[in-house]
Ligand binder design. Structure first.
Ligand code: FAD
Length: 428
């Protein structure tokens, strides 16, 4: 067995998950990260001297790989810093409240007693879920989520208030354009898995503290190296050894764990993985807008998360409740939409007006609009995604876009990182 020496490019959740799994197996690992802050798209930023997240993230009870990784890297007495809540869904006039996990059939009860749906809506949603659960759903590769929903007679109310918001939250794309088979995977795992799989998991600390800093501590304790502020580019030595420009070391394997739009720039000679790049270069991207409004400390929505069914404010998060950031309200707008036609200033004003109408918060003390233009790849029907093993021996991909079952999510990133480590260990 050769002694492996692995480089991981990118310290987002995929690269860090790979780093944790590799160093835990005793593999010599060096991580390179362009930024000085760990966590990639799920990282902290500082606004007005306050630590917040680059984008508000919600985890699901179906994120089993993520939760188990978070658990494995924390110190014995450290908290997981996750506030796990039973599925509670409030979007415009629709309210679904599920009882706690110990009550059998809690999700069915939640649906039956939902407010804002007619009996016909409830019947049609439950029938659809039953067909999904029974594995009897007919999904064509070219189907959009909307095609699927219409084929199974989902009502306009269900589409507007339930399925499209779920599609936007999970796939970050409107149901007219979202991939039906990936959507079905999400529904199957998050709504039809074990009772606690539909729980909502709210981080209670910033995302870098939740995972990335702990992962880095874990890696360094196992003699892994993390090079921050270091943009890595792959080159080949005289005998085709894998190297990182500017470093004299040769690597047995390199895990490329950047977001898809950065993959090409990681290679000095793109011909090394041309077929893979041809697939990635077909990708298009969807934005996520996060708008923070800071009010006086005494205001609250009285709920962690609420959906407003407005194109200018999909979901409202009360960071006072989740993070003890009193008076700080975060709004998330997923995917493309009319909000993109507004300037940041107009969007800040528009969304503050919506909050004021609903909660009478008045005018915020300050507001900030964060527009992540390439937050996720567009999870459209028939999209061909690259395999993690590339045509170049020793080069393995990781990242949310490589985990085929899921859309771009933390869970997809984590699973892809763990899989990259398995691929390497199995190749030894
Ligand atoms: C605003 C927003 C909200 C979101 N909300 C949710 C949510 O609620 N729930 C959820 O599950 N998911 C959510 N996501 C998606 C989730 O953040 C991503 O799926 C996940 O973070 C992707 O992780 P990754 O490691 O694959 O990629 P990234 O996080 O993009 O990490 C790639 C890393 O590679 C680094 N890099 C790039 N090039 C180089 C180079 N040449 N050398 C060294 N380093 C390099 C980058 O700096 C980056 O740190 C959201 C995303 C955004 C943007």
């Amino acid at each position: 067995m050769t002694s492996p020496n692995v480089a991981v490019i990118g310290a987002g959740w995929a690269g860090l998950a790979a780093g944790v799994a590799l160093t835990d197996s005793g593999v010599k690992t060096t991580l390179f990260e362009t930024s000085r802050i760990l966590g990639g798209r799920a990282r902290l930023i500082t606004l007005n001297e306050q630590i917040v997240d680059n984008g508000i993230h919600l985890l699901s009870g179906a994120y089993t790989a993520t939760v188990s990784l978070l658990d494995s890297i924390k110190m014995p007495l450290e908290s997981l810093n996750i506030d796990r809540q039973p599925f509670r869904y409030s979007y415009g006039p629709l309210h679904i409240n599920t009882p706690p996990n110990y009550i059998p059939g809690k999700r069915l009860l939640g649906f039956l007693f939902a407010r804002g749906l007619s009996l016909a809506d409830k019947f049609s949603a439950l029938k659809f879920l039953q067909i999904v659960k029974g594995g009897k759903l007919v999904v064509e590769p070219s189907d959009s989520v909307l095609d699927l929903l219409l084929r199974y007679q989902q009502t306009a109310t269900l589409i507007e208030l339930l399925w499209n918001p779920i599609c936007l939250s999970a796939l970050n794309i409107q149901c007219e354009r979202g991939c039906a088979s990936v959507f079905t995977n999400v529904i199957t795992d998050a709504l039809l898995g074990p009772e606690d799989s539909s729980d909502l998991l709210f981080p209670t600390v910033d995302l870098t503290s939740l995972f990335a800093s702990r992962a880095a501590r874990f890696i360094e304790k196992r003699e892994g190296t993390i090079c921050l502020g270091r943009r890595a580019r792959i080159t080949q030595g005289k005998n085709n050894e894998l190297m990182i420009e500017g470093s004299m070391k040769c690597f047995s394997h390199i895990v490329v764990a950047t977001s898809p739009h950065n993959v090409q720039s990681v290679f000095k000679e793109s011909s090394m993985i041309q077929a893979t790049l041809n697939l990635i270069n077909q990708f298009t991207y969807e934005p996520v807008y996060t708008i923070y409004h800071q009010y006086t400390k005494n205001i609250s929505t009285d709920t962690r998360m609420i959906g407003l069914n407005s194109p200018y404010a999909h979901w409202v998060f009360d960071r006072g409740i989740t993070h003890q950031d009193l008076g700080l309200i975060g709004i998330v707008i997923s995917g493309s939409g009319p909000h993109q036609d507004l300037t940041s200033e107009q969007l800040a004003i528009r969304s503050a007006d919506i909050l004021n109408e609903k909660f009478s918060f008045g005018t915020p003390l300050w507001s900030k609009v964060l527009a992540e233009k390439r937050a996720t790849f567009s999870c459209t029907p028939g999209l061909k995604r690259p395999a993690q093993i590339t045509e170049k021996k020793g080069i393995i991909l990781a990242g949310d876009y490589t985990y085929q079952r899921y859309p771009a999510t933390l869970e997809a990133a984590v699973r892809s990182g763990i899989k990259a480590s398995k691929i390497i260990l199995e190749s030894l």
